[in-house]
Design a protein around this ligand. Structure first.
Ligand code: PLP
Ligand code: COI
Length: 339
């Protein structure tokens, strides 16, 4: 095993040994190739470079106390990548290719899977892009699907400590009937200005609001949003939100804990009624939120009065990470082992 300061890893890029690639050419996907290069050679007229034909996934591999490596709900990521591909007219990687690629890339980089108990995990970044040339605005005829890995710590430096976020109405991440529900690069490009400004103003992330009525909560930066009200787990529903696999799992865990689950539009006004709020995602895991500031009105919503995550968020976090790291029974069959 490589010697890294596992407990202090940021959510950043760290070189590993290998990545894997497959190219779609002449109407078929090629054999999976193994590479130790961090670079890809790509045609200057590739549609990914000009017209944003690019989608990605994010998933994690976890090491249990038993030393076994666990992947969490990978089939969901495979399907979501197909949905993203479909959304921007790219060739969909077959589930079998996705499966072969993710298992292979973990096996090839086993020494980078962080030890159990460090809070770190091996992040997998599957990537799909139009690699074939076009000058007219058209989908490419050739595609590259690849997966690289990098060991990571928590996305927000605060980890499971509560963060402050900012409502910004002067930037939209996406639009109704746009690409918000797909994991495509353009959505992230559109979020950069608001995100960097929020960061400079002292916030961990932006809370995006729907672009039409400027009234409903969309997403918490690169994560879904949820709120707890009494015995209810409430999370926004809209066509612009990426269907988070973490959020889906939290909804299932909340229901399993006897909570009511509501998936519906959530207005900014309703923020005043929640006892706990948080951001959730593969990278963010659960990031409890202590303060939401509306940049336009100056209005503030406060949570975590004692400075700590609330009891429901804490329980959900423990159960989710307990399953992911193999400390809790995998009663929903979410885990696949990488041998
Ligand atoms: N929303 C956005 C915009 C994201 O980028 C992510 C990250 O993948 C999520 C939500 C969380 O999704 P998941 O839980 O599947 O990682
Ligand atoms: C993830 O949670 O996996 C993400 O992709 C979020 C982000 C780093 C873009």
């Amino acid at each position: 095993m490589i010697n890294l300061d596992w407990g202090k890893l940021p959510f950043g890029y760290q070189k590993t040994d290998y990545n894997v690639r497959s190219y779609f050419r002449n109407g078929e996907w090629g054999k999976l190739e193994i590479s130790s290069s961090e670079y890809i050679s790509i045609h200057m007229a590739a549609t990914a470079l000009h017209y944003g034909q690019e989608a990605f996934e994010g998933m994690k591999a976890y090491k249990g106390l038993d030393g076994r490596i666990r992947l969490f709900r990978w089939m969901e990521n495979a399907r979501r990548m197909q949905s993203s591909a479909h959304g921007i007219m790219m060739q969909e990687p077959p589930v079998e290719l996705f499966e072969e690629a993710i298992f292979k890339v973990i096996q090839l980089n086993k020494r980078f899977v962080p030890p159990h108990g460090t809070g770190a995990a091996l992040y997998l970044r599957p990537l799909l892009f139009g690699s074939g040339p076009k000058v007219g605005v058209k989908p490419a005829d050739e595609y590259c699907f690849m997966v690289f890995v990098t060991p990571v710590g928590p996305y927000f430096k605060e980890g499971f400590s509560p963060v402050s976020i900012q409502i910004a109405r002067d930037y939209d991440r996406t639009a109704p009937k746009g690409t918000g529900q797909y994991k495509v690069g353009g959505n992230y490009a559109a979020s950069l200005r608001a995100g960097e400004r929020a960061f400079k103003e002292g916030f961990a992330s932006v809370l995006f609001i729907d672009s039409k009525e400027k009234k409903y909560i969309d997403e918490a930066g690169p994560a879904n949003f949820f709120g707890i009200k009494g015995n209810k787990y409430i999370t926004p529903l809209s066509e612009t939100i990426l269907p988070s696999i973490t959020n889906k799992s939290l909804m299932e865990l909340a229901a399993d804990m006897g909570m009511e689950v509501e998936r519906r539009p959530v207005s900014v006004e309703e923020l005043a009624e929640f006892e706990e709020v948080g951001a959730c995602g593969t990278a963010a895991v659960i990031s409890p939120i202590k303060r939401i500031v509306d940049r336009d009105t100056g209005r503030e919503f406060s949570y975590c009065k004692d400075g700590k995550a609330g009891p429901v968020s804490t329980k959900l976090y423990k159960r989710l990470t307990g399953i992911q790291y193999g400390d809790e029974e995998d009663k929903f069959n979410w885990i696949s082992f990488v041998e």
